[in-house]
Design a protein around this ligand. Structure first.
Ligand code: PEP
Length: 274
């Protein structure tokens, strides 16, 4: 179902009025974690002003380490509520991660696109249940997964969309893969730019790039955004926080609102439409 049927076969669909797979290169921006209402509303207003098309933010968080800094707590349902407030304030559609089958209903009721994180890319029961909602899905690439693994994970969701009588509404998101040489000790990931044309050769689904998670280093995000556009990315995602130094999660990779504005200004002349 995810395979291209002809060389120019491309899936197009809209998420809260934002088109994926068309001429526009949608930009999804927001903090790693929906830390509180004030933060997400401030971020939503700022990223909208700079030209973002959707708001991202995690309410249910897959964190590598089980130990939390004193300022971190997982917002869960509160985070979903705050995302809705940010949406009401700005009109930006929401993408947020779903990690557990038991939370699909509440997450789906509070977002426009469901995100499957890198760690759950091969959680097949979760993929199937998410597919059954018929909602648009952003499927992150498992950080140790081949293109074939990734496409077959997407196939699980596409199968459920097909059973509902609809075309697959899936965006594939490259977010960095584990590599021996990452050029900085803080990260174990490398943005696989090559997978963008490789995926587009075989699938009709739109491909997104997430340079924030891939680089884990904000100073490299702008150039990797530009490189992703040059490689043909259909959509982009990045982490934005009004006060990066004090971000509860991933302070090294998130861009400030000013940095985001600068990145958008640099991307606009390069992307066909952004
Ligand atoms: C995220 O986008 O918030 C996230 C946790 O990403 P990943 O699954 O790529 O680590």
């Amino acid at each position: 179902l995810v395979a291209k049927k002809s060389p120019d076969h491309r899936t197009r669909f809209t998420v809260g009025g934002v088109e994926f797979g068309g001429a526009l290169v949608p930009v999804l921006a927001g903090p790693n974690t929906v830390e509180n209402e004030e933060l997400i509303v401030k971020t939503a207003i700022g990223v909208k002003q700079a030209g973002a098309h959707m708001l991202r933010g995690g309410a249910f968080k897959p964190l590598t380490f089980p130990y939390r800094s004193p300022k971190f707590f997982e917002p869960r349902e509160d985070g979903l509520r705050w995302l809705q407030i940010a949406k009401q304030e700005t009109g930006l559609p929401i993408v947020t991660e779903v990690m557990e089958i038991s939370k699909i209903e509440v997450v789906a009721a509070n977002c426009d696109m469901l995100q499957i994180g890198t760690r759950n890319m091969q959680n097949y029961p979760l993929l199937t249940e998410v597919g059954k909602t018929g909602m648009p899905v952003m499927l992150k690439r498992g950080y140790g997964s081949s293109l074939r693994d990734w496409l077959m994970a997407a196939e699980y969701i596409a199968l459920e969309h097909d059973r509902l009588g609809q075309d697959a509404k899936i965006v594939l998101c490259e977010r960095g893969v584990v590599a021996n040489h990452t050029h900085r000790d803080t990260s174990r990931f490398l943005l696989d730019l090559q997978v963008i044309p490789a995926a587009q050769e075989v699938t009709h689904l739109p491909i997104m790039s997430d340079p924030s998670h891939a680089t884990f280093w904000q100073p490299w995000v702008k150039s990797m955004m530009l490189a992703s556009i040059a490689a043909g990315a259909d959509a982009l995602m990045l982490e934005v926080h009004p006060d990066p130094k004090n971000a509860a999660v991933d302070p090294l990779q998130c861009s400030s609102l000013e940095q985001f504005d600068d990145i958008m200004k640099a991307c606009r002349p390069v992307a066909q439409a952004i």
